[in-house]
Design a binder for this molecule. Sequence first.
Ligand code: BGC
Length: 417
Amino acid sequence: MRMIAKLAAGTALASLAAGHAIAQDNSVEVLHWWTAGGEAAALNVLKENLEAQGITWNDMPVAGGAGGNAMTALRARVTAGDSPTAVQMLGFDIRDWAELGVVGNLNDLAEEEGWEAVIPAALQDFSRYDGQWIAAPVNVHSTNWLWINGDAFQAYGGGEPQSLDELYAMLDAFEEQGITPLAHGGQAWQDTTMWENVVLAVGGIDFYRDAIIDANADALSSDTMREVFDHMTRLAGYFDPNFSGRDWNLASAMVIEGDAGAQQMGDWAKGEFLRADLTPGEDFMCMRFPGTQGNVLFNSDQFVMFEVGEGARDAQLAMASAVMDPAFQVAFNTVKGSVPARTDIDDTEFDACGKQGMAELAEAAANDTLAGSLAHGHAQPAAVQEAFFDVVTQHLNGQISTDEALERLPQAIAAAQ
Ligand code: BGC
């Protein structure tokens, strides 16, 4: 009797201690910038997945393509000692936050689920810091795509443009059709997304690496770079007069509605086309930006897990596990326009653009023609990226000449390094 009483008292004490010290918080707060229609639809897949597990989703959306605004909002939260559970983040930003020592540790989960064997090395470079898993990659996006309205393309009647010259021929035809040839959103990150495509088209992958990944001053002021800026000026001649400040998804909408012929944008644009019930290869075309075939500029959205109290850990780990689940990666990425962040998923469920994206990603990794996107955080840390943004945008808006851009670019980059 005494023995049983003792045991019972012991159990009660233990659960009392657990109950008091660790209040379970079965919710996640997620900071992200997926506010466009296709993006929100994709995120909903994750939200519903967690809610089915009994985990409450507290949404913290911060609008603004490429995440600049989201990163500003995050700084305020962390500074106030109130980190969200998980944050959508790109490449070098992940490292910056890891360095501050405010992120969580996913090592046990990663080990248990064998992440190391299935996540591409280029992503693991960012998912791990000092060997510690801190983030779960949700996708791989690519920036060197061109999206074309199906009717406009058929009316043009030419083949898919393979070079910048062929691109201009197609854009001229769109002009004759009376539509805006090239839909563009004039925001620094969009300008630079187009610019990095042109750098790759004009100079090839070695030049891209030299100029952008290594930020070599000679490459930044070279004749090749002069050609790049000249092409940017020529491309801007195909924009409509209202391009300034336009959000990327509104530029996609111009192509969707047939008001514009084409848009240069990463493959998140496909999410918008799908959301409008359009079929790839018929209603719209996806193709590599002319002159960049065989190369892939990539970026990956990862959910960085921040340090949370012990009681919120289980929900956080459940979210990380859900993100890495193969079925989820298919369900999410077929809606988002990206491809899975795991190498062990086949392409059966993906549409023609997704199949092409998956095959080309694998080929580019094998052929060493894969490089990180500058505009989307996978080539340079934020300060250097901003310096590129400034020069590219000022040039595209005619505030500085090509000569000035060539002079300023190496200076601005050196100052930011
Ligand atoms: C992200 C995408 C997002 C796009 C537009 C990119 O940096 O990787 O997930 O859809 O920005 O906001």
